[in-house]
Every structure is written in C-alpha cells, then in structure tokens.
Design a protein around this ligand. Structure first.
Ligand code: BGP
Length: 499
C-alpha cells in the first residue's frame, strides 16, 4: 500500500466541553452541558461500563495546560488538532458583543499550536448551546440561526487568519436524535417537531456559516483557499444477512436517512425524499420557510468530516420475532423500516461498540461517489478501561483498533478516495458523554484518579508517532513491546511529562 503523502494531516480531535474545563473562568457563562452535568451527576460502580455523568468544571484542564499539551502534540509529531471552540466562552450573553478574554484564550491556543507545528482545525458547534440561548429557544428555535451567525462572524474576523480548514457542526444526527428524540443528552427533549426544527436550523446555520465564511474571505480575514466542511457521524449499514433482499432493502433505507438526510442539505443544498415524507407524516412541513431551500442550495460546504467508529448491523423488521439482538437498542427512529441488531458473533468494545474496520472503505466510496468532495476522518477511536502499569498504559487493543482503521484510510486513498487527513479521537483522556472519565480514548493519559490531571504517555502514543514518521500504518507484526518500552523510558526521562 502506498505511503501517506507529505501533506496528509495526522491529527487528533477533541471538544471544549469534554477537555477544556475553566467553565467558570475567563468571563465564560454556562452552557446546556454545564447545567446537564450539574443536575444529573451520576457515578456508576467502579469497573462498570456504564454512563458516568460527572463534573466538567475542570475536565482535563486544557484551559490551563494548552501550552504543555501543544508541546506534547509536537512530540507526538501531529500536524493538526481538531478542536471545537466553546460558543459560551466567546459569546457569554445575547448582546452580540464578544467576551474579549474568550477571544484571547483561543488566540493564545491557536498561536501555541502553530508554534509547535500543529494546524488548528476548529469546529464551531459541538452540541454545547450557551444556556442564555437555550432559554431563548435553543437549536429548535429559529433564533438560533441569527445568534450563530453573529458568533461565527466574530470568530472568522478575529481568528480567521490562523488556519485554512474549518468545520461548522459536529454530528447534527447524534445531537438531534439524542437531545430531541431520546432525552439522552441536553436539552433532554423528546418531541418530533423540535427534532425536525433543530435539524433544519442546524442545516440553515451551516449555510449561513458558509455565507459569513465567504464574506470573511472577501474582507481578507480568512485565506482565499481556506475550506469549510461539516462533520458527520454516519455509521454505514451492514446487512445482517447479505443474501437477504429484505435486509439489504433495510440497509438502503437506513443509509438514506443516516447519510443522505444529514449530509444532502449542506453538501447538495437539498433534502432527500425521506425527509419530505417524514415531515409531512409528522405534520411539521411549516418548519421550511420561504427562502430556506434557496439558502441551502446557494451555500453548500467544501468537504466532509467523517466520524467513523463503527458500522451498524441492520436487519429487516420481519426478523423482530427472531432473538438475534444481543441487547435492544432504541436505535434510530426508523426501527420499523430498519432494525439495529447486535449479533453475538461480532467483536465489541466494553461499551458494546461494534468493531468492524473493513466498512470504512466502502463507506468512504459511498460518500465520495454521492458528494464528490474531499474527506477527512474527524473521529475514530476506542473507548476502554485502561490500566496504568509503571506509570503508563500498555494499550495494545487501542493500537490494534487505530492501526486497523487508519490502514483502511490508507487503502481508500490508494483506491482514489481523496482523504486529506485522519484525526483520531482523542488526544488525551477527557469527559465522555457515554462513559464520563472512566471511558478512556486518549493516546495521552490524564491522571484523574489522583486528581493531579498530570499527563502520561500510553503505548499508542508511540505507535502514532511511528506511523507519522513512517508515513504508513504497520502492515504486519506490530511490536507492542517496542511501544510499551518507549512509553516507559520517555515517561521516565523526558521533561514534557509532568510527574
Ligand atoms: C462522538 C462525539 C464525541 C465523542 C465520541 C465518543 O459522537 O462527537 O464528542 O464523545 O462520540 O463518544 P463517547 O465519548 O460517548 O464514547
């Protein structure tokens, strides 16, 4: 397999409410995730692979440690850092006037990253609506769009010069389904009208963001060749039985909803048939106002960020009487047309996330053939219970997971799919919406247990460092001991790890 090109972006991704902390500092005000974690605090039994809802007041304290973290990223060898900026830190109220301390913080972060050879790759919205905006109606109210426009206009004017790759929204699907249908994430709603409104408003925000992006380029705030994308978490449908026509039909339906419905509006400027059918059935056609579709059509986005953790095994509803699911999942809201199942024969993580790297290539082929736009993996990672030995973690399972998935990206590129980068989830251990601080994704450990928040390396840190140096994944025979020994020696001898 061909090596990655020199300009390929090797990055890690993370998100402000999960890593940053400093939630009451620097002129910031609360968001819906501050309110949610304070009001729903819950710590499961030790070792239980369950949802832990914990404080994000400090999280991994990136707010105070971004300089140290930028040096560690340089040591890792990455040339990108995909980072969602905190809207409530920059716009702490509805005045439309930015918080200068918030702007200054992100300017300092961007400068520090660049100083260490790391390109900032900002994502402008990652589920974390400012509380003042939620009180005005939040994402399911059209007022969201104008406030988002004010926010992105200021960000582009004040910070646009620091980078040329931007993303607008992270996972419109997970956010709208879990927050407006499943009452799982804030604002904890279950209302079809609010779900469809929030989704349409986020799509319109993507178009408005592109309009402001182009204006900022005109005014010289952003480089002419800069690009703006959307980040989507489509988990490609895999048939329970690839010979069964009903299972295959259900896969087609699932992908029309989970890929087309969430990407067509910002990539093609239109909705697929299933969207129009659903809003008619739910009697919410009035959410589409005059001029909306023209706006989507005029301001489409330049690239697709893809969060690929796993595919989704789909069965036809005719099988519902069969006992094939391992555990029942409320699944996507189209269970009557496509049923998500978890066969025991498959590989899963502790949190029952399917492990199936081989669907990354066919999935990327589908994305590219429909949208003909460059792709970048924005999230791919393995959440696990890590165990610290000699001060570090020997995470062979994470090396296997990441190497297998990055190898699929390398394979897709050799087959002509234009991946411009791979950003793995995640740089260091952070707060996980489904696992709190116990579900570890980081290549860098964070000492939550002793409350020092000190950073330490895992074997996977040195796997990624090696891949970046070699410009290739390990094709066969991973020398786990090599990476474990590097982690132990580096932790002992290098000054970048605070003990
Ligand atoms: C994605 C989110 C990320 C991250 C990731 C892992 O959907 O964009 O914020 O959390 O999922 O999910 P979790 O931490 O719940 O395992």
């Amino acid at each position: 397999m061909k090596k990655f090109k020199d300009d390929f972006i090797f990055s890690t991704s993370t998100c402000s409410f999960q890593i940053e902390g400093g939630r009451s500092l620097g002129g910031r005000n609360d968001s819906i995730w501050d309110k949610f974690t304070k009001e729903n605090f819950y710590i499961p039994e030790p070792g239980e692979a369950a949802r832990e809802i914990n404080s994000i007041e400090t999280a991994s304290d990136f707010y105070h440690r971004y300089k140290e973290d930028s040096k560690i990223m340089k040591h890792m060898g990455v040339n990108g850092f995909t980072y969602n900026m905190d809207w409530a830190r920059i716009m702490p109220n509805d005045s439309g006037i930015p918080n200068e301390e918030g702007i200054k913080f992100y300017e300092n972060v961007f400068k520090e990253l660049i100083k260490n050879g790391v390109k900032p790759i900002p994502i402008l919205y990652h589920w974390d609506t400012p509380l003042w905006l939620e009180e005005l109606g939040g994402a399911s109210d059209r007022i969201f769009i104008e406030h988002f426009r004010q926010f992105v206009k200021i960000v582009f004017e004040r910070l646009g010069k620091y980078t040329d790759i931007w993303y607008v929204n992270d996972e419109n699907s997970t956010f709208t389904v879990s927050s407006y249908l499943q009452k799982y994430s804030p604002p904890l709603k279950s209302n079809k009208r609010e779900f469809w409104s929030a989704l349409h408003n986020l799509n319109l925000s993507g178009a408005i963001c592109k309009k402001e992006f182009l204006a900022a380029q005109e005014s010289g705030f952003i480089k002419r060749d800069a690009i703006l994308g959307i980040d989507h978490d489509w988990s490609p449908a895999v048939p329970y039985d690839k010979e069964d026509l009903d299972d295959l039909e259900s896969c087609k339906i699932f992908d029309e909803y989970h890929m087309n419905m969430f990407l067509d509006p910002n990539m093609l400027g239109e909705y697929p048939k299933c969207f129009w059918e659903e809003i008619k059935k739910d009697n919410v056609e009035d959410i589409i106002q005059k001029g909306d579709m023209e706006l989507l059509k005029k301001y489409t986005l330049d690239l697709i960020g893809w969060n690929y953790y796993r595919p989704t095994i789909i069965a036809s509803p005719k099988r519902m009487k069969e006992k094939i699911e391992w555990f029942n999942d409320p699944g996507f809201f189209i269970t009557k047309k496509a049923w998500i199942v978890y066969p025991k024969s498959e590989r899963y993580t502790d949190w029952k996330w399917l492990i199936k790297p081989e669907y990354l290539v066919p999935g990327s082929e589908k994305l590219y053939s429909r949208y003909k736009k460059p792709l970048m993996i924005i999230e791919n990672g393995m959440g696990y219970f890590d165990e610290r030995i000699n001060g570090v973690v020997n995470d062979k399972y994470r090396i296997d997971f990441l190497n297998e998935h990055l190898m699929q990206v390398q394979k897709a590129i050799s087959e002509g799919i234009p991946f411009i980068g791979y950003s793995l989830w995640t740089y260091c251990d952070i707060f996980s919406p489904s696992g709190g601080y116990r579900k570890k994704y980081g290549l860098v450990g964070v000492d939550f247990e002793n409350k020092t928040l000190n950073r330490y390396p895992k074997s996977s840190f040195f796997w990624y460092k090696n891949v970046i140096e070699q410009k290739s994944t390990i094709q066969e025979g991973i020398d786990y001991n090599k990476y474990f020994n590097e982690a132990k020696n580096d932790y002992k001898n290098s000054q970048i790890w605070n003990k």
